[in-house]
Design a protein around this ligand. Structure first.
Ligand SMILES: Cc1cc2nc3c(=O)[nH]c(=O)nc-3n(C[C@H](O)[C@H](O)[C@H](O)COP(=O)(O)OP(=O)(O)OC[C@H]3O[C@@H](n4cnc5c(N)ncnc54)[C@H](O)[C@@H]3O)c2cc1C
Length: 299
């Protein structure tokens, strides 16, 4: 059996590992941070089958320990480049180069930026309410965005902060209805529609924002700004000819194989239409299984 690499240890990568390991493959997973990916920072998950409600860190820990018990080898390194040479996939990190027969890419996405927050990141600007919300207990904060991520962040912060402003560039919140309804029941949330942040203010740290809306501008005092304006796929490190992408998302077939034979992809980095834990796991199961089938065909 040839060796298989997984790049990215979120739920997609961990599920791929479980399927490949149970098929007796030798599996190495490259992860730049901790195992679990995005899920490790989600406060409550209420749509993963079998749990009415589970905390993200718990689900991440359970998935990681399941894969480790099956013998997963984890390399804590960031993958800088993935190429193909002499019919082998070559993974390059700052520690060296490694060859694999087949690779599964499950690197997820990186959050988009507003473009005006440089200098304030870690000084009032955050991209994760669960990670940093506690620093703003009892203080006013703003969430920038209008989709699922923004509404989830605002719901979490509403229970901690004195006031939560949502700066939405849209005329509506386009998130799961159950969460939008929950938000409407919070007495300390104000949504400013058709709006944007013109400027973040403060000397050493954030003390406010200037918001433009309806042809005018308004200064709002806040201690924290949570940016939730979507994300972009992490796929630039793949330098292989003939790889199909749409806006950076890796195009996969029904087996989660990309347009490059032997290269599979799973989870948020793919062009799949629903970016959720259950769909990332489903992709991981396919990628893990079919990467093993592919590796078995090699001499
Ligand atoms: C605030 C929020 C709340 C959410 N709530 C829910 C929910 O309630 N239910 C639900 O089903 N979904 C939810 N989601 C969506 C869900 O979290 C994602 O769809 C899912 O976690 C994607 O998993 P993934 O494994 O594809 O990617 P990720 O979880 O992003 O994992 C990718 C991993 O790859 C690693 N990586 C990236 N690049 C490299 C590299 N070059 N080298 C090494 N490692 C690398 C990253 O460090 C990361 O660990 C939520 C998302 C957000 C942002």
């Amino acid at each position: 059996m040839k060796n298989i690499a997984i790049i990215g240890g979120g739920v997609a990568g961990l599920t791929a590992a479980v399927y490949a390991l149970r098929a007796n493959a030798e599996v190495t997973l490259f992860e730049q941070f901790g195992l679990g990916g995005l899920v490790a920072n989600i406060d409550k998950i209420e749509n993963f089958p079998s749990y009415v409600s589970v905390e993200g860190w718990q689900l991440a820990t359970d998935m990681a320990s399941q894969a480790k018990k099956l013998g997963l080898k984890v390399v804590r390194q960031k993958v800088l480049e993935l190429t193909k040479r002499d019919n082998k996939f070559v993974i390059k990190t700052d520690k060296g180069e490694y060859d694999f027969a087949s690779v599964i890419v499950s690197t997820g996405t990186a959050h988009n930026k507003l473009g005006i927050e440089d200098g304030y990141v870690g000084k009032g600007v955050s991209y994760c309410a669960t990670c940093d919300g506690n620093f703003y207990k009892g203080a006013p904060v703003a969430v920038v965005g209008y989709g699922n991520q923004a509404v989830r962040e605002a719901l979490y912060l509403a229970d901690l902060c004195s006031k939560v402003y949502i700066i939405a560039s849209n005329s509506a919140l386009t998130a799961e209805e159950i969460n939008v309804a929950a938000l409407q029941n919070k007495g300390n949330v104000e949504v400013i529609y058709n709006a944007g942040v013109a400027e973040i203010t403060g000397e050493e740290k954030v003390t406010g924002i200037t918001v433009y809306a309806n042809g005018g501008q308004r200064s709002i005092e806040v201690d924290g700004v949570f940016v939730a304006v979507g994300a972009a796929p992490i796929s630039d490190f793949i330098q292989i000819d003939g790889l199909d992408k749409v806006k950076g998302y890796l195009v996969v077939d029904g087996r989660c194989e990309t347009s490059v034979k032997g290269l599979f992809a799973a989870g948020d980095v793919t062009n799949g239409s629903l970016k959720q834990i259950v769909t990332a796991c489903s992709d991981g199961a396919k990628a893990g299984s079919f990467a093993v089938s592919y590796a078995k065909t090699l001499k």
